[in-house]
Design a protein around this ligand. Structure first.
Ligand code: ADP
Ligand code: MG
Length: 225
């Protein structure tokens, strides 16, 4: 599904050129659960912005389902992004003044659906993450783990090809971290491809494969048993 070949990424910082991704190559198949680990500043977020079609300003080849993404126009790529990838972040990124159901509905409305067409999908997505009874609550009425479940339901709502989760358990305690990782594992068993960026070795045991990066280089690839 995803194939990166010799990816280089540079940031221009006031005259100096910072090499943030340095010859990165790897593939991810549909259905995999892959963890990406590395120290702070190693280029993890840069890498997933590229994987998630947010940043196309890089060198090297990114093939998505066999198509070189450099060949797409910006608008085509943004359509691909909206259909293909769901994002989950450490800070949940929920909109505080919208209900749980409204937060989950947003990507559907953004893709042009009408409110009366979305309700079944929203209810199903929330049931899938164990929050069928929280539709009309506001985010602040929920625990951190529940808020992250809402963010996961929102990421799933367009039936994306893959989910990118950037340190999704970074703000959660150990017990809640386990619950969220079990949810990711369950979704992966149901066929959802997951790319997890993590600092926490405890979360890696749920994955099939671990990619370690340091200073923008892939230093090791470990198959989990
Ligand atoms: P990580 O997610 O692993 O902590 P990042 O991908 O966020 O790492 O950052 C990698 C390096 O790139 C860091 O040195 C960071 O300071 C730098 N960096 C990240 N984003 C930018 C940017 N927009 N402009 C310039 N430098 C950046
Ligand atoms: Mg980061």
């Amino acid at each position: 599904m995803i194939k990166l070949e010799h990816i280089y990424k540079y940031y221009d910082t006031g005259g100096t050129r910072l090499n943030v991704l340095d010859d990165i190559s790897f593939s991810i198949d549909a259905g995999e659960f892959v963890a990406i680990m590395g120290p702070s500043g190693s280029g993890k977020s840069t890498l997933i912005n590229l994987l998630g079609f947010i940043d196309r300003n890089f060198e090297g080849d990114y093939l998505f389902n066999g198509h070189e993404i450099a060949n797409f126009e910006d608008e085509e790529l943004s359509v691909i992004r909206n259909r293909s990838v769901g994002f989950v972040f450490q800070n949940f990124s929920l909109i505080e003044i919208l209900t749980v159901a409204e937060n989950v509905e947003l990507p559907l409305l953004y893709n042009g659906a009408k409110h009366n067409e979305t309700q079944k999908k929203v209810a199903e997505a929330l049931a899938r993450v164990g929050l069928a009874d929280k539709l009309n609550q506001l985010p602040k009425q929920l625990s951190g783990g529940q808020q992250q479940r809402v963010a996961i339901a929102r990421a799933l709502i367009n039936q994306p090809s893959f989910i990118i989760a950037d340190e999704p358990t970074g703000a959660l305690d150990t017990h809640t971290t386990e619950e969220i990782m079990q949810l990711f594992k369950q979704l992966n068993d149901e066929g959802v491809t997951i790319i997890l960026v993590t600092h926490d070795p405890e979360t890696v045991v749920y994955c099939d494969r671990l990619l370690k990066i340091r200073d923008g280089k892939m230093i090791e690839e470990v198959l989990q048993s």
